[in-house]
Design a protein around this ligand. Structure first.
Ligand code: DC
Length: 241
């Protein structure tokens, strides 16, 4: 596989769909299904920050200690399976462990460290650069792929987001109340939006979608239609050049 080493590719022969938004906005399911419909690679960058957090926690490094976090970030190996749904940390499948409460509590802190972000952004560009990919996260349209062909920013009312997350967590055997999840989402929204490096924010050229009253099928259809229109325009431009 040929990896791009730049922060963006020229998108002559590939297409990046950036999907950003706060926790629980429905990004993951939407992005996975959009990637599936389009036959694109799916990259869940939140899972990468969660795996990095797990690495830091298992190294028992002090969460506030730059050196400890730097050492963990330098040495960790993160991989995905072909579907992009299973994630491996140093060769071990940690897809379930990264959803634990311990990781969720620490992930916003760990992902605010510059050394962690540098390593993750580099890896994200290597995995998705020069490929047709749907990449979801917080800073994809602003920092990781600022020249992405299509950018979406997904938002939803916080109580609705908590209800959705409760369902996802229940499937993993984790039972929390909607109130507990609302508190956690608000805390993470605040940390993710206020950090100095790559805060969660909508790119100027992103299409904002409020999914509060939308079904998953509607969200997926809206994005797929939008991406297909861009693909058609790109093809037309190519053939007229
Ligand atoms: O999408 P998620 O809730 O699984 O993401 C977990 C955390 O990872 C989120 O609270 C902030 C961080 N994150 C980030 O800082 N940048 C990204 N591109 C993706 C996630």
């Amino acid at each position: 596989m040929v990896y791009s080493t730049m922060g963006r590719n020229d998108y002559e022969n590939s297409m990046i769909v950036a999907i950003d938004g706060p926790a629980g906005s429905g990004k993951s399911t939407t992005s996975r299904r959009v990637a599936d419909r389009l036959g694109f690679l799916y990259l869940d960058t939140g899972a990468m920050y969660r795996a990095a957090t797990l690495a830091v926690l298992s190294d028992s490094a002090n969460l506030k200690d730059d050196e400890g976090i730097g050492a963990s970030a330098e040495s960790m190996e993160i991989d995905f399976d072909r579907s992009g749904c299973r994630i491996f940390l140093n060769g071990l499948d940690v897809s379930r462990d990264i959803r634990s409460q311990e990781v969720t509590d620490a992930v916003s802190t760990v992902s605010a460290f510059a050394i962690v972000r540098e390593r993750m952004v580099d890896l994200q560009r290597k995995i998705a650069g020069n490929r047709d990919a749907v990449v979801e996260g917080r800073d994809i349209g602003t920092v990781v792929f600022p020249n992405a062909n299509c950018k979406f920013f997904i938002v939803a009312d916080v109580t609705e987001r908590a209800k959705r997350r409760k369902k996802d967590l229940a499937e993993l055997g984790i039972e929390l109340t909607v109130e507990q999840i609302v508190e956690d989402l608000k805390r993470r929204d605040k940390l993710d939006s206020s950090r100095p490096i790559s805060p969660l924010q909508r790119a100027d050229d992103a299409v904002e979608i409020d999914t509060t009253d939308m079904t998953m099928d509607e969200q997926v259809d809206l994005i797929v239609t939008n991406v297909r229109e861009r693909l058609d325009r790109k093809e037309m431009k190519k053939s007229s050049d």
